[in-house]
Design a binder for this molecule. Structure first.
Ligand SMILES: Nc1ncnc2c1ncn2[C@@H]1O[C@H](COP(=O)(O)OP(=O)(O)OP(=O)(O)O)[C@@H](O)[C@H]1O
Ligand SMILES: Cc1ncc(C[n+]2csc(CCOP(=O)(O)O)c2C)c(N)n1
Ligand SMILES: [Mg+2]
Length: 351
């Protein structure tokens, strides 16, 4: 969907100057942004810095035949914002590194930045620098996001305790269903039973995910969450990280997983259980968090009054029980790992 013709060659320094003119904003915290050997920022006294980086690789994280440069920029920003959100921190400064193949034009890079910066603009994140290189083959995009949080105030993966309720924001499985709609090469098998509105919704959830920054800040500020993680690889794998770091087990009640009407319609049309999409689906960028049993009512009340969608999906158990799925009739079975794994699961997810 990007132009594959090199009609408008890229010149490194004019491109950087244009990006600086368009996207650099003044901030009292930015002492030096784009233009020196490194950026210099000051952070509020006593705050802790929260740092994350994410790499997006053509063919692995996106396919230029089925997506747009603007969506790639948006998703890259949201992937990083989501990690800062999962720590309960405020995102502040962004570094962007690009390796650009000869097939892309300057216009494509500007579209990518429009997607990036519109996502960052929602959270007052400042672009402070980056790096630009040519690539012989494929587009690579690496973002580093710098956030802050008051000292000692942070949501770790390691704080879950036996008895805590397990919650997620939003709905699960939409992004994977959207990706499958985009990449399935046999449209005759998928289009008929699914209304255009549902199809558009799922594709949009894949192309334009929303990082739950406000929710993360709320959970941290109120100290209602004992642990948190963002769902980038898929529930079945990401929950496992929380359990390993917290040295606990978990029950997940499959019937309670929040599934959007569109994802349910997709699952019906394909005769699959929507829970399999929710467990496997990566890139939803929802938050999974745990809450002490005594705080659950308070959490649910506050979520309602703030307009945040949160759903209880299970409970933390002692480590010896491992991770189990709990059926409506009370039977338990081990929760299989079906989430995205680099080096093994690419075809399964895109096919
Ligand atoms: N190549 C690496 N070198 C050093 N540390 C790494 C490397 N890759 C990952 N890590 C660290 O491992 C931990 C888990 O990383 P991972 O990328 O799985 O995070 P994630 O939030 O689950 O996924 P993602 O942000 O990529 O969607 C993080 O602390 C990360 O900084
Ligand atoms: C073309 C194409 N094929 C497959 C996928 C699915 N996918 C790729 S990486 C990933 C997990 C998150 O990555 P990371 O852990 O690196 O943040 C997922 C779910 C996609 N988005 N595009
Ligand atoms: Mg993460």
């Amino acid at each position: 969907m990007a132009s594959r013709k090199a009609t408008q060659p890229i010149h490194e320094f004019p491109l950087i100057r244009q990006l600086q003119r368009r996207y650099e904003r003044r901030s009292p915290l930015v002492r030096k942004g784009i233009g020196d050997d490194a950026a210099v920022v000051s952070i509020p006294a006593g705050d802790w810095a929260v740092l994350t980086t994410d790499l997006l690789t053509e063919g692995i994280h996106f396919d230029l035949r089925t997506t747009t440069p603007m969506s790639i920029g948006h998703r890259a920003a949201m992937a990083n914002l989501s990690d800062v959100a999962a720590m309960g921190a405020t995102p502040r400064f962004l570094l962007v590194s690009l390796a650009i193949p000869p097939t892309l034009r300057a216009d494509d890079i500007h579209a990518l930045y429009r997607g990036l910066m519109s996502a960052c603009g929602q959270h007052q994140v400042h672009l402070i620098g980056g790096d630009t290189s040519a690539s012989r083959q494929g587009l690579f995009l690496s973002l580093t996001l710098f956030g802050t949080t008051p000292k000692n105030r942070v949501l770790f993966r390691s704080g879950a305790r036996s008895g805590d309720g397990i919650y997620v924001t939003g709905t699960l499985g939409d992004s994977l269903a959207g990706l499958r709609l985009l990449t399935n090469r046999r449209p005759s098998q998928q289009g008929t039973a699914l209304k255009k509105k549902a199809r558009d919704f799922l594709i949009d959830r894949h192309r334009h995910p929303t990082a739950r920054v406000q929710e993360g800040l709320w959970l941290n500020r109120t100290q209602l969450a004992t642990a948190a993680i963002d769902l980038s690889d898929g529930l079945s794998g990401d929950l496992r990280h929380v359990c390993e770091e917290s040295q606990v087990g978990a029950d997940i009640a499959l019937a309670t997983l929040p599934i959007s009407p569109a994802c349910r319609a997709y699952a019906d049309a394909h005769k699959i259980d929507p829970a399999t999409l929710a467990l496997a689906g990566g890139e939803d960028y929802e938050l999974l968090f745990t809450v002490a049993a005594d705080d659950e009512q308070k959490l649910e009340r506050q979520a309602r009054s703030r307009g945040f969608l949160v759903t209880k999906i299970g409970r933390i158990r002692p480590r010896r029980f491992g991770l189990q799925s709990l059926a409506s009739d009370g039977t338990r079975t081990p929760l299989p790992i079906t989430s995205y794994r680099h080096f093994t699961s690419r075809m399964k997810h895109s096919g």
